[in-house]
Design a protein around this ligand. Structure first.
Ligand code: SAM
Length: 318
């Protein structure tokens, strides 16, 4: 889609949402005018990117409809500089809208499907939100090593509020989370933490895909955690995986592994190994010329060795 045409379509969408009373915060409107939604959807859905509806992104998942992105972002009450955890990266679009307000370096987003995380990573890089951190893992557990977060945005419906997310919310922090049953209707809930107490308000009926995981609808074990810093995905064949008994994480094409490479001077990543896990995360080196602060990570399915909980790379500095 040509940039001018996309910009006009975006303006029209934001104007429509505003006229319909579904968007009122100027900050959110500005962010939604800025983020090119068509860059975050599959090419086949590109023509529909500026219609107010969810769009399929693969793995039976969707990018949230714009009016809901607007509502949830408004409910988060974002200010520049706040740290935000998003659970359910999906396409990466909502993370980009949030990043537009708080600054990309303050946004952490978790996705359970590695291939969706990879597409989101690529779209965020392409559109100028490369400093957003994308993590593959069970977002219902949050990111215990990164708290506290000023805001937490859960973009899939949970049966109950995931306890670890409440723990990782800063005092004065706010969480937006859809709650409900797997197949029923869902309610958009805002939780505000004050002096250790959590206040709850409700904001209407909505419909979301399920949050699957330890504190979601079922313990799935999918999406082995590994931090995907800003960078480039490289898929390469690993013939050594052929015939092994253990399966790679969901989303990893049969017999393939993924590497993430990016420029960095600091190469620390966390990976919370869960018992029984047979995947490893290894750090690789980079010789590129820029020096941002995010890690260089190669993430590899290695069915034979158990993964460490913290990875430090000996990668070379640029
Ligand atoms: N925010 C997304 C966007 O802008 O495209 C839309 C998210 S989609 C409605 C919900 C996402 O949550 C899906 O991509 C799904 O795979 C993911 N998800 C579900 N359970 C999860 C979990 N426990 N951890 C991380 N991601 C999860």
């Amino acid at each position: 889609m040509e940039p001018e045409r996309a910009e006009r379509a975006r303006d029209r969408l934001v104007d429509q949402l505003t006229a319909a009373g579904r968007l009122s915060a100027e900050r959110v409107a500005r962010a939604m005018r800025a983020v090119p939604r068509h860059e975050f959807v599959p090419e086949t859905a590109c023509e529909h990117a500026y219609e107010d509806r969810p769009l399929h992104i693969g793995r039976e998942q969707v990018v949230t409809a714009p009016h809901l992105v607007a509502q949830m972002t408004e409910l988060l009450g974002l200010r520049p500089g706040q740290t935000v955890l998003e659970v359910g990266t999906g396409s990466g679009y909502h993370a980009a809208v949030v990043a537009e307000i708080v600054g990309p370096e303050n946004v952490f987003t978790i996705e359970r499907f590695p291939d969706l995380a990879a597409s989101a990573r690529a779209a965020l890089d392409r559109t100028g939100y490369g400093a957003v951190t994308v993590v593959v893992g069970d977002g219902s557990m949050g990111l215990p090593r990164h708290p506290p977060f000023d805001r937490i945005n859960v973009t899939a419906v949970a049966p109950t509020v995931p306890g670890p997310l409440v723990d990782q919310l800063a005092d004065g922090g706010r969480m937006v989370v859809p709650l409900g049953s797997r197949d029923g209707s869902h309610e958009l809930v805002v939780l505000t933490k004050r002096a250790g107490r959590v206040e709850r308000t409700t904001h209407g009926r909505v419909r979301f895909v399920p949050l699957v995981g330890e504190h979601g609808f079922e313990g799935s074990g999918e999406g082995r955690p590994g931090e995907l810093g800003r960078g480039r995905w490289v898929a390469r064949r690993r013939s050594s995986m052929a015939g092994r008994r253990q399966q790679p994480p969901t989303g990893t094409p049969q017999g393939w592994s993924y590497s993430i490479s990016r420029t960095s001077t600091s190469n620390v990543s966390t990976w919370s190994a869960r018992s029984g896990s047979k995947s490893t995360v290894t750090a690789s080196s980079s010789t590129s010329t820029t020096s941002p602060s995010k890690p260089v990570i190669a993430w590899t399915c290695n069915p034979t060795s158990a993964g460490p909980s913290t990875i430090r790379s000996n990668s070379s500095r640029s």
